[in-house]
Design a protein around this ligand. Structure first.
Ligand code: SF4
Length: 363
């Protein structure tokens, strides 16, 4: 999907004009609209959100508001798709900028996954293989997983989902984030060299030998998050040198060596809760997206909270949700026009919902 250029009038608005018109459109729409803001959005967007959260929490919030005909999802494409899958048929989900994708989600597409499945199951029994997709993936991959007895997972429940899968099959095909898969499996006691294979969709047969496939419990897709991939052990060592009493907390989309060097790791919600609940005066070096880290520091002035990478750029695709785009979709809605609707095709929607509900059933 391509984003049409914004009308020039919008691009010329200064921040105050933009904010005042967003407030006006918001008031006109009243309870007809629900605005959701992902934690990684900039403050100029978050200030308008009815709720902020991680991708799955926001989709569930959308589903729990069937009275709101319009859901404006300030996040990236796969999140708006999940919201559409989980909300009622008649609800309309809108992504303010259609070019707000996710570079990790784009590292696995349905053609590649179907090819991988076909090649892997030539070597190992299909019945012994359970596919799992991280929620950071396109709806058609969630549907693929749903059709093949698999669930989705989030960074909060990845361990439970992997344990569930291994109680039903001998192996897991995990996509698109190799690091979440590897970190979770290592946390469960598996060996990254002995028990895991890395499937590179750009190589013939994924670059994995039949013997390695047969020997592996986890076949990890060669995808990663370009934001969390920037954090390094050297940054952690520097933070510890500069602040001997620092604690380091990172997201499991970081590499295994970074996760091992940190004091703790967990989902975005885990990072937020851990810092919120820590004692006044505590110091945190954080390995996750900069907008969230800066907001945590701002909201907890009694603590020191800083990003491990001092020159890190924000998630560039999240950043595409500029206030001008939010204003544009809201003013169109206020005038009765829907722009930038995200609509998942009905057969994909049905199977994607199966994989999401299967995940929710895992306790
Ligand atoms: S932070 Fe990483 S995984 Fe999240 S939306 Fe940005 S690129 Fe995708």
């Amino acid at each position: 999907m391509f984003q049409q250029p914004l009308p020039v009038e919008y691009t010329r608005l200064d921040p105050e004009q933009t904010a005042s018109r967003i407030a006006q459109a918001r008031q006109t729409l009243g309870d007809r609209v629900l605005i959701l803001g992902h934690h990684y959005q900039r403050d100029e967007i978050i200030r308008w959100a009815d709720y902020r959260g991680d991708s799955f929490k926001l989709s569930q919030l959308a589903a729990s508001h069937p009275d709101r005909p319009y859901i404006v999802f300030c996040g990236v494409h796969f999140m708006a798709e999940s919201a559409d899958v989980l909300t009622a048929e008649e609800q309309i989900v809108i992504l303010p900028n259609l070019s707000a994708g996710c570079s990790m989600a784009d590292m696995a597409n349905i053609r590649q996954v179907e090819t991988a499945w076909c090649e892997i199951t030539q070597t190992i029994e299909e019945d012994s293989l359970i596919p799992i997709t991280y929620v950071n993936s396109a709806a058609n991959l969630k549907a693929f997983v749903g059709r093949h007895r698999g669930p989705c997972c989030t960074s909060s429940n990845a361990r439970k989902v992997l344990e569930w899968a291994l109680s039903r099959g001998e192996r897991v095909l995990f996509f698109p984030d190799q690091h979440l898969g590897r970190n979770t499996a290592v946390g469960m006691g598996f060996d990254p060299d002995r028990d895991m294979a890395l499937w590179d969709p750009r190589e013939r047969h994924g670059g994995v030998t039949p013997q390695k496939l047969a020997d592996s419990k986890f076949i990890l897709w060669k995808g990663h998050c370009s934001v969390h991939g920037r954090f390094t052990v050297e940054q952690i060592e520097k933070a510890r040198r500069d602040h001997p009493d620092i604690r380091v907390i990172v997201h499991p989309e970081c590499t295994l060596d970074v996760v091992r060097a940190a004091d703790c790791n967990g989902s975005t919600e885990y990072i937020i809760q851990t810092i919120e609940q820590s004692e006044p005066g505590s110091k945190w070096a954080v390995g996750t997206e900069i907008n969230l880290v800066n907001r945590l520091q701002h909201e907890h002035p009694d603590k020191l909270v800083f990003c491990l990478d001092p020159v890190i750029c924000p998630c560039s695709t999240m950043y595409r949700i500029h206030p001008h785009y939010l204003l544009w979709v809201l003013e169109n809605l206020a005038e009765g026009r829907v722009v930038n609707q995200i609509r998942v095709k009905s057969d994909i929607r049905e199977w994607a919902r199966v994989s999401l509900e299967r995940m929710l059933s895992i306790r």
